[in-house]
Design a protein around this ligand. Sequence first.
Ligand code: NAD
Length: 356
Amino acid sequence: MSSMPRVPTPEPTSSPEPPTAAIVGCGDISAVHLEALQDLQIDVVGVCDVDPERARTVAQRLDVPAFTDHRELLAATTPSVVHVCTPHAEHVPVAIDVLAAGAHLLLEKPVADSPAQARVLCDAADAAAHQGVRSGVVYQNRYNPPNQRLHELITSGALGRVHGARAAVTWHRTAEYYAARPWRGTWTGAGGGVLMNQAIHTLDLLLWMLGPATAVRGQAATHALAEAIEVEDTAELLITHDGGASSTMYATNAYPVNAPVSVQVHAELATATVAGDLVVAWNDGRSETVAAQAPGSVGRAYWGDSHRILIEDFYARLGEEAPFWISPRDGLATVQAIHQVYDASPALRHPADARS
Ligand SMILES: NC(=O)c1ccc[n+]([C@@H]2O[C@H](COP(=O)([O-])OP(=O)(O)OC[C@H]3O[C@@H](n4cnc5c(N)ncnc54)[C@H](O)[C@@H]3O)[C@@H](O)[C@H]2O)c1
């Protein structure tokens, strides 16, 4: 009886180790990152906060080590990805160390508290990218379905020539909001107010959709919260985009409620309005609606619903050759535009040494 031909036993295929995560900065937004990581079943290997109590509380809940120095966390836990959720002035110093340790960087907005610091980060991220280290910025509103669709309609040419866009961010922030986290109201901690902290998402959407800014004019001032904060609570901008369209934006933290952010694009073939949902009113009478709510969202509505989706996408793309599509250079563009407004705002009590 002839025996079955002997087939070589295949070597067990070595699947890559699943990525691990660490969080630096255990404040408000870290909860959204941690919830997303739990949802995605990504192991958190350590957390860090300069406030030992805050670090310990989160670490105990997750049953992971707590650190008060991010360099010790990097050395002890060697995470694949570090989520940087610190105040603005503490973004670049932490991010540079993360990249130097060879960990992928997921950085909360704004990338830096000044254009000079943002450029330092971009150079470090470019150098790290040559070693396969990824950097991504949390502009999660780009993932909102209405914004995705509007971007597609513009860039595919479906709307025809785009004349321009107008945007409004009219939110409510009290003196107590700033007192709870004193860095938020200061030039040294936050590098700016409503533009740098809140409306930067919408500014990013305008630059993403209509193209890079070739000129930015505007004014910023502190109307309602002058007793409580150094930074601006209100601003208006006129942006000229590469390609000829122009956009205007109004932003304030002095509105009585957190109203939905609105972005309206006027184009040759339609007017498209995002205010929660996207409604496209075509000149020929057709209309199209895209609902705002992303499935499975965990973020608070006015932060944008798409933190979890961005985080999932960042991890999913780690194996790809291409850099993550929302880069530190996108972050630099927004910080630069904001500083053009600060530089043109004599009423602002902006320290001259931060105007770079
Ligand atoms: N993408 C969004 O929609 C969104 C929403 C809210 C906040 N954010 C951003 O998230 C970041 C944090 O904001 P927040 O509201 O959570 O602030 P927060 O003050 O609540 O938390 C920041 C934490 O970082 C800690 N910290 C400060 N310096 C540190 C350092 N060097 N190393 C380790 N920990 C340090 C603080 O002690 C604090 O616990 C900011 O950049 C903010 O703009 C983004």
